[in-house]
Design a protein around this ligand. Structure first.
Ligand code: PMP
Length: 416
């Protein structure tokens, strides 16, 4: 089933990032990894012939690469609305960023999440974390958080730090969570808030300062840049006080002869030991720069039109049931999960790939508690008893066209 290596082209699509694609292949799996933007490919191609050590060499190439790496940090921070004293730490991806923050929590911190999270935002948190049930709407999320934080500050663990960790947009349903409202509630109770922006940032502007969010994590590979570069942005104090995420070169200001004689540096370098992923950082920054210069309102409107078409098409198919947490009209990004009644999801996905050259994802999307709950809810809502135990997900992005959406709908309508 593995195709031979295709020739990549920039299809003539109305997207300002020139997202690369393979002719004839319909990619509706942007939420897993978005295809590479031309800006990222160009940035990598430009740097590849002369890359050199970052922060470690005195030669001209090394200094140039150090400058490129630090400029990339600045560009990514600006794109995400980082405050002047926030740290912008390059990581491998969102999972890495969240694990880094989990290890930087002050002793006794309670983390509050919802069961609607991706595993990356459920599993790194310490024992004793609070997992709130999936709410039935954005208002319910705010009320549930308010009640949980009241209890924590009043009765359960008064005076200890609390971190609220929520997704900006669900990787299963695409539904947007009320981040600014949740931040307000968190801060009213003296808690901090982290937003997992892995799925939100590719679809909508995210501004830490404007949202009053303390920490944000994302992955370059979902933002049209290659694998291996992500970012954790946020408040410096916990990060500077924490043990380094990785111990090694670059994270220290002094190492003596005795094993205990080590002073760790502060700033992003504290958590970036080892030679960094310069190409990844520069590619991620190139996309951030390109998106910052794009008309994001127009991009958003275009994607919403495609999403509405897809959802309306799915709703018109009697054997296909959409998964959703909130009401049908809740704001969402270009992601839709669904099931085909009476059909195994993996088989449907394989059929779409082989018969129609359409790439979607099937499974529980690394969000098992949420996906299972939504499958149960879908069975209740539709009244169908023949829904499969896993789902399908179609996700849209800058390179998606109306004919891509229509091809999926036609394929679903004509399943053999
Ligand atoms: N959070 C969300 C909402 C995601 O969709 C994903 C990726 N599916 C992650 C976190 C983890 O991202 P990564 O695999 O790049 O670490």
């Amino acid at each position: 089933l593995v195709p031979s290596l295709p020739t990549l082209v920039t299809p003539s699509r109305p997207d300002p990032l020139g997202v690369l694609g393979v002719p004839g292949e319909i990619n509706l799996d942007y939420a897993a990894s978005a295809p590479c933007a031309r800006a990222a490919a160009d940035a990598v191609a430009e740097l590849l012939p002369w890359y050199a050590s970052v922060h470690r060499g005195a030669g001209a190439l090394s200094r140039r690469c150090t400058l490129a790496y630090e400029r990339a940090r600045q560009t990514v921070g600006d794109f995400l609305g980082a405050r002047p004293d926030d740290h912008v730490i390059f990581t491998r991806n969102t999972t890495d960023a969240l694990n880094l923050l989990a290890r930087a929590l002050p002793a006794g911190t309670t983390v509050v999440t919802f069961a609607g999270e991706h595993h990356a935002n459920l599993l790194p948190w310490p024992r004793g974390s609070v997992r709130l049930p999936v709410p039935d709407g954005p208002g319910g999320a705010v009320r549930s958080l308010d009640a949980a934080l009241s209890e924590l500050s009043r009765d359960a663990r008064p005076g200890l730090p609390v971190l609220v960790a929520v997704t900006g947009a669900s990787n299963v349903t695409g539904e947007r969570w009320p981040v600014a409202d949740l931040a307000r509630v968190a801060h009213r109770h003296g808690a901090r808030i982290l937003v997992d922006a892995a799925q939100l940032a590719p679809h909508a502007p995210v501004d830490l300062a404007a949202l009053d969010v303390d920490y944000l994590a994302l992955s370059g590979h979902k933002l049209y840049a290659p694998f291996g570069a992500g970012v954790l942005v946020g408040r410096a104090d916990w990060l500077d006080a924490a043990p380094p995420y990785l111990a090694g070169g670059g994270a220290t200001s002094h190492v003596g002869a005795a094993t205990h004689e080590v002073r760790w540096t502060t700033g992003p370098a504290r958590h970036e030991a080892g030679t960094p992923n310069l190409l990844g950082a520069v590619a991620l920054a190139a996309v951030c720069g390109a998106l910052a210069g794009a008309d994001r309102d127009a991009l958003h409107a275009r994607e919403q039109a495609l999403l509405a078409r897809l959802r309306a098409g799915i709703a018109a198919l009697p054997h296909v049931v959409e998964l959703r947490t909130f009401g049908p009209d809740a704001p969402r990004v270009g992601i839709v999960s669904f099931v085909v009644a009476g059909r195994d999801s993996a088989e449907v996905a394989a059929h779409l790939a082989t018969a129609h050259r359409i790439g979607v994802r099937d499974g529980l999307f690394c969000a098992h508690p949420l996906a299972r709950r939504l499958l149960t809810e879908a069975a209740t809502r539709s009244g169908r008893r023949d829904l499969p135990p896993t789902a399908l997900r179609a996700s849209l992005g800058l390179g998606t066209t109306r004919s891509d959406v229509d091809a999926l709908l036609t394929a679903l309508a004509t399943l053999p």
